[in-house]
Write a protein that binds this ligand. Sequence first.
Ligand SMILES: Cc1cc2nc3c(=O)[nH]c(=O)nc-3n(C[C@H](O)[C@H](O)[C@H](O)COP(=O)(O)OP(=O)(O)OC[C@H]3O[C@@H](n4cnc5c(N)ncnc54)[C@H](O)[C@@H]3O)c2cc1C
Length: 467
Amino acid sequence: MGKKKKAIVIGSGIGGSGIAALLQHSGEYDVRLFEKNGLVGGRFASYRRDGFRLDVGCHLIANCDKGTLGEILEILGCPDAVQWRYARGPKPAFNFKGERIKFPHEIHKLGFNNDELQGIMQFLMETGSIPEDQWDAWDDRNMLDQLEKYVQNDRARIIFGILSGIYFVIRDHETPVGEWVRCNRMFEENKSSGYPIGGTGAVPEAYVRALRELGGEVCLATPVRRILVEDGVARGVEQRDGTVHEADLVISNAGLKPTVNHLVGRGHYGQEVLEKIDAYTYSEAVFMVKVALDTVFVENENMVMFMGRDDQAELQRELDEGIIPEVASQAMIPILSNMDPSAAPEGKQLLIVGGGVNGQPLDTPRSEWSKWEAPFLNALEMVFPGIREHILWTVTTSPADVDRLFGEEGNVIGIGQKVGQVGDRRPAMEDPAIRNLYHCSADTGMHGIGGELAADSALRLYRKLCG
Ligand SMILES: Cc1cc2nc3c(=O)[nH]c(=O)nc-3n(C[C@H](O)[C@H](O)[C@H](O)COP(=O)(O)OP(=O)(O)OC[C@H]3O[C@@H](n4cnc5c(N)ncnc54)[C@H](O)[C@@H]3O)c2cc1C
């Protein structure tokens, strides 16, 4: 074998840690990974507090070992480096204004008339059976228009809107039908949604462990200040303290826009390219309350999706005006320590309640962000009456916190999988102007949900670079 090429990876999110480990494993590259934070994993990172283990962001993984996150471990030859707990028994539940509903079997409990019910069932059946060879074409149509062909009802819109929110963290009118069907089909076939034992951080930590064991280098708390470019070619990186590292190849996990705008510099790009990059929009951001309980209060639930409202017009008004409601209109409530008992000390419980924040601007002061805690705790109390008395402490994570740690306006996914920004219309992995510079993050994943979209990018780049 010839001399190994030197690769530098900027960022240890799923895309960064995944591609770093895969390239080192290929035997063709020597990889050095730089992460600006002290923790590995980006939006997937986990940390401990008072014996509880908290994830910075995520709650549920779409396909666990059977999805792209597991595929990376397979290629690395360590499929068991992460243990997964499927969220099957019991399956995620719906809670409508305090009443538990099994979805979609008990959808009749939501007060639809027969015509509406028939419309919803037809919508589910016909949309779900769109053949695979048509999914790409259906990516040009949105879920709201699709639903409204069958039923025009605020409550139905809100229910299916919640799914767009949970899958892609975007609105129903932006959600491509093709991607929705594609992801649903994977759920149905794999039946492996769940949670990694050890927290979401266990996944990037396993990638980084593999990278180190294979001889790669990991530099935490080491921000890259800029990517060095000479004659249109990436030559290496410069750390914030001025240290320079040369490389044959630079891969940025920092996101397309931050890489172009800050690490390379806009001066290296033509106007047309910049306009295209500027036009991409992010998914939305969420507010999360991580709740530590003094007892195991919730039994036999892994995940609850709460829907507190069905007055779409009023909701829209509150959204447009940035109003903080008394009870969160929608919330996702994963009961983490029921899926992974190691998330809480014996006899205690950890759960998260979180959701959208009505377009609250990022520069909202901390005191204002904290006002979002009450609506989510009120929603939690509606779902599990009496739970409030058992709260030991809470930790809130606002979009501004996520932005401070990982950038990209604190959004959840990266560049959103919206109509016009999905499949082969997502940003390319090759930088549009700089040779030997690649992008590898959720921004450049083609398909999948959240972390799996980022892992998809790592797998595609690995296949591109290692044939
Ligand atoms: C609140 C929340 C909830 C979520 N829920 C889920 C969920 O339930 N399921 C799911 O699958 N996904 C979920 N996601 C989405 C998922 O976490 C992301 O899509 C995915 O982790 C993004 O990975 P990435 O590879 O794009 O990199 P990121 O996670 O964005 O990481 C990029 C890394 O680059 C580093 N970096 C940036 N600039 C520099 C620099 N100059 N020098 C060095 N390092 C740098 C950052 O510190 C960061 O570690 C959630 C995200 C959030 C925020």
